[in-house]
Write a protein that binds this ligand. Structure first.
Ligand code: NAD
Length: 479
């Protein structure tokens, strides 16, 4: 049994209350470990460690910070197999995916911000005619809170921690209670890399106790959160009166818009991935597929044929395309949308639980394609966050633009067309933080990342993240 502990001031601790949560393996539905359900006192101790480390860490040279971050990155890479196995067991995602995407990206996050901090600069303004010069200091905030979800556990956890500490802050971080294991492993890697004690502190537990203690803490000055829109609204409500800086990366219901003039083969292959990668549990998945009517029937046939060949199976089987959903309750939530589809729409493929031999209690579901006849329906308006996509035809550019934007979310859009003018027109008008044209999930870590509308507030990535984790101070000197 894996016993996960809090990582505070460079050491591993049980929760003071001695309250523990069960950790489930989604692939077989069994409990395989436990994790702390930390209380306010544990968060207070994590804060004290972070606050004590801050004066030293914030004065550490950029060169030294960068060197330590690179050593963390190398430590993750050196333990790739161990991290990937842990991530796959905790989350249900195919081991191959954890090995090729999740863990390498976690290492890249540290490497990227190790370099970015050495290139980060601030502005200066010469006030001509007033004999003055203004320059901006970009100073670390102090102690930052970083809270992450279960779908890309270490990938998103480190996407917050790396820029926070690169910028000279100390951190109290909480991974999802559903997928805590790789964050636990990170503690040892940080110690081995020589990260000073207290710079990073990791407390485990549920959102309503541990998470709540972080967002309510009067001296934690910034919260970087990725998770559901409802939780984001609650965090904003709690943190705003305390004047915390807030970055909220929230849910999505992303359109995948397919025009007849696209590169069909490329589009078809990528659409299978953008629909079902990570069991459809990526905030950037294109869960609403809109297809130009002239190719709709062809697409429908070809898409179903491709999806039929996806193998649902145990995450460690290297032939598996679709692993287990993250939890029993999440599987039930996704199934409840399939029940709605049975009543009001047409299920073109899938819709059933899958029993994997030897793992009968695992949380497996067929990739599911549902045909809808209107964008107003619940299935097109609510985030399902599973291996479920809807599809419907459209006739004109204006129609599809209207449907793409007619949703409360605005995270990403995928657009398939070879028409340059249309690309420019739609990219200007689509309400989303990221527009992918003829591709999906192509990421450059320097770009601003985040959503509009109910998909979030603020941007992560590149210098945007370093700006978030620093306070800008203007100094005006008259000469
Ligand atoms: P969630 O909101 O339930 O939980 C996210 C994190 O917040 C967890 O660590 C949880 O313990 C914590 N939390 C819950 N209540 C809290 C509270 N009161 N105070 C402080 N922390 C609290 O989300 P989830 O189910 O883990 O993740 C799935 C959601 O995340 C989906 O909506 C998905 O779209 C979204 N997501 C968004 C992005 C993005 O970049 N925009 C990326 C990945 C996932």
């Amino acid at each position: 049994m894996l016993k996960i502990q809090n990582y505070i001031n460079g050491n591993f601790h049980d929760p003071l209350s001695n309250e523990w949560l069960d950790n489930y393996c989604p692939a077989n539905g069994e409990i395989y470990g436990s994790l702390p359900n930390s209380g306010k006192e544990d968060v207070d101790n994590a804060y004290i460690a972070a606050q004590s480390a801050f004066p030293g860490w914030s004065q550490t040279s950029l060169d030294e910070r960068s060197r330590i971050l690179i050593r963390i990155s190398k430590g993750i890479e050196a333990n790739l197999d161990r991290f990937a196995e842990m991530e796959s067991r905790d989350n249900g995602k195919p081991l191959s995916l954890a090995k090729t995407i999740d863990i390498p990206r976690a290492a890249s996050n540290f490497r990227f911000f190790a370099h970015a901090i050495t290139q980060f600069s601030s502005e200066s303004h010469q006030s001509i005619g007033q004999d003055a010069v203004n320059y901006t200091l970009r100073q670390p905030i102090g102690v930052a809170g970083c809270i992450s979800p279960w779908n890309l556990p270490l990938y998103l956890f480190t996407w917050k921690i790396a820029p926070a500490i690169a910028a000279g802050n100390c951190v109290v971080a909480k991974p999802s209670e559903i997928t805590p294991a790789t964050a636990y492993l990170l503690g040892d890697i940080c110690n081995e890399a020589g990260l000073p004690k207290g710079v990073l502190n990791i407390v485990h537990g549920v959102g309503s106790t541990t998470g709540q203690a972080i967002i309510e803490h009067s001296d934690i000055k910034a919260i970087s959160f990725t998770g559901g829109t409802k939780t984001g609204a609650h965090i904003a409500k709690t943190a705003a009166p305390l004047f915390k800086k807030l970055s909220l990366e929230l849910g999505g219901k992303n359109p995948n818009i397919i025009f007849a003039d696209c590169d069909y083969k490329d589009m078809l292959e990528t659409t299978v991935k953008s629909s079902f990668a990570n069991q459809g549990q990526i905030c950037l998945c294109g869960s609403r597929i809109f297809v130009e009517r002239t190719i709709y029937d062809q697409f429908k046939t070809d898409f179903i044929n491709k999806v039929k060949h996806l193998k649902v199976g145990h995450p460690s089987d290297n032939k598996t395309d679709i692993g287990a959903l993250v939890s029993k309750s999440h599987l039930e939530k996704v199934l409840s949308y399939i029940e709605i589809a049975k009543k009001h729409h047409t299920i073109l493929y899938g819709g059933n639980k899958v029993t994997v031999d030897g793992y009968e209690n695992g949380y497996y579901l067929e990739p599911t394609i549902i045909e809808v006849d209107s964008n107003d329906c619940q299935l097109n308006q609510e985030e399902i966050f599973g291996p479920v996509v809807t599809m419907m035809p459209f006739d004109t550019e204006d129609d599809v633009l209207q449907m793409a934007n007619q949703v409360k979310y605005g995270l990403s859009t995928t657009l398939w067309t070879n028409n340059l003018k249309r690309t420019m027109r739609l990219s200007n008008q689509l309400q989303a933080g990221i527009i992918w044209v003829n591709t999906w999930m192509l990421r450059d870590l320097r770009t601003p990342f985040g959503g509009m509308k109910a998909s979030g507030v603020g941007r992560e990535g590149g210098f945007e993240a370093l700006r978030f984790f620093t306070e800008a101070k203007n100094v005006c000197i008259k000469y």
